[in-house]
Design a protein around this ligand. Sequence first.
Ligand code: PEP
Ligand code: MG
Length: 320
Amino acid sequence: ADRVAQQQTRSAAHTRDGVHVLVAANLGSVADAHLAVSCGADLAGLVRTEFLFSDRDTAPDVEEQEAVYRDIGHALDGRLLTLRTLDVGGDKPLRYQPVAGETDPFLGVRGIRLSLARPGLLADQLLAVVRVAHDTPVRVMFPMVSTVAELAAARQVLDAAITREGRGAPPGLEVGMMVEVPAAALKTASFAPYVDFVSIGTNDLTQYTLAAARGNAGVAGLADPYDPGVLSLIATVCAGAGRAAVAVCGEMAADELATPLLLGLGVGELSVAPRAVPAIKQAVRAVDRGRAAVTAARALRAEGPRQVRALLAGDTTQPG
Ligand code: PEP
Ligand code: MG
């Protein structure tokens, strides 16, 4: 029975009607990469590289970063590795990259904005990424993108890193972005020609859509990813992505109640904490994607998050 369970954990997850869904892991350390593999993750869908940069007085140099990304790659043993470039600022300040005079850090110089304002850090990080991408399958992903111009600027820093590395573009290196800003979600079709994939960060997308800061207990009830406004943005991303793959890597992806909803909206990859991988694979196997699409369409028209949850729980008799 243990062998059967292990086999289930490691094998790919398909819906009842045969749609292959990638179940990926979010990593914040090398240890997480080992855990992800033992939990049956198909790939690493998000590496929060901030862990390498925080709680110290200077940034890690290219060699140190490269060594850590290689360690994660080795642990993943051939599985795809999605490295998100440094996502600091907002709730994640850095001692050696202070941003002065911000009264609203969540609306300030964070994520890709900070990287483009201090391009040396990003250039070094992308050089380490490019070196590793010659030896293991890598996707690189930019956080908190709001405009196509930001994506283009980040891609230029990547091109410069490829030139500096000297061997040409690593074969198979994919480039993507996080969709966490409502304007970016609405403009997905404009971004799509420039990316191989997008990953929806529902934690930030929810806070920006509902204007309710994450971690603020006073507005925690408002910051609900099941709000039809957030769902409508996810649907817009899926509709606009074209050939780009669509993932979700926020906390919502690890909620089994949301699995049919996200698959029904058109998401093809769920990236979750390593320990949540087995349960989400099982949740995928319970979904009929055709039926889920019908339910998701109804969820978009629901009045609020409570009605969406009731719909998903199969309880359609809830009063409005
Ligand atoms: C998100 O915003 O949903 C996300 C995955 O990024 P982070 O939680 O690291 O901000
Ligand atoms: Mg985020």
